[in-house]
Design a binder for this molecule. Sequence first.
Ligand SMILES: O=C(O)c1ccc[n+]([C@@H]2O[C@H](COP(=O)([O-])O)[C@@H](O)[C@H]2O)c1
Ligand SMILES: Cc1cc2nc[nH]c2cc1C
Length: 344
Amino acid sequence: MTSLTPMPSLQAFHSLLASLPGPDTAAITAVQAREAALLKPPGALGRLEELSAWLAAWQGRSPPAADRIGALVFAGSHGVAAQGVSAYPPAVTHEMIASFRQGWAAINQLCRAQGVDLDVIPLQPEQPTADFTVAPAMREDELLAALNVGFLAADRDLDLLCLGEMGIGNSTAAAALAHGLFHGLPQAWAGPGTGVDAERLAMKAAVVGRAVALHRPAATDALDLLRRLGGRELAAIAGAVVGARLRRVPVILDGYAATAAAAVLAVQAPGALDHCQVGHRSAEPGHTLLLQCLQMAPLLDFGMRLGEASGAVLAVAVVKAAVCCHLGMATFAEAGVSGPAEGA
Ligand SMILES: O=C(O)c1ccc[n+]([C@@H]2O[C@H](COP(=O)([O-])O)[C@@H](O)[C@H]2O)c1
Ligand SMILES: Cc1cc2nc[nH]c2cc1C
């Protein structure tokens, strides 16, 4: 069942962000009451217990479920890639879209392993955004169109949605966005991405610094920074995060670029990422800084830096484990096990 309609304007997106639905507090209370009765010392399942409550809060029901899980990989091309900021040529974006379709990529195998439905959504990969060292990456109509692609793609009946991306050059866009949003030094936000050498890395940091110096003074807000420094697939992720919130679907974000796209929402509307977890800490150094700025703790830390939603989908195992424990464990009373010793 679908229920979202395209946003007619950026103003409409701003209005949605200003009035996002909150958590279901009754569902949280119900989950916590059951957790307290389950066969373990209180809190002994640590973050798994928090995940059950988080899922229930944002699904709006207790008990929560983790059966219908989707992954969306948005793909786009970046004008800034022409500056030589990636270890791979721009054609790889288009070639990887074909590989996802063939089932040849890592994400295909991870989705199969986790029972996740994968959708790959290209956003005009044949038409790169403008090189943001000389002009805004997107016009306002292009930003709105990309936001809507993600927003409508999230309009599905799911218990959980994983969001990721594919786009040669997008670790430069992510670094520029993070630098634009959270300041600091461009060298701190620019990392190896697909694996550039030291010389290219220095050039990439300079590109990030120049881009932010050009656009930050003129940017009207965080969403305008996304237009100027982002890319279509990154805007689609931002749109999908908001669409999922309205559909009461909790989200797992992937690595650096996916988190940078979502960070735009957190700066624009504090609390906008409360229905999101970050699936893993990417090996891209800027991701650790970004997670600190957002005060979000990743679910996994596996040294991965692939993108294509791989870290988000791997983390589905943890969320499923949380729900299995919450649903399947007996209570002390059911099992006839003694509670805590008196006075302990
Ligand atoms: O998810 C991450 O943290 C991540 C870190 C490094 C690279 N990537 C992927 O690699 C591409 C971006 O790297 P680059 O060097 O082309 O900017 C893009 O397709 C991402 O999915 C992804
Ligand atoms: C091969 C390859 C696969 C990817 N998947 C996501 N980003 C990627 C970048 C490259 C270069």
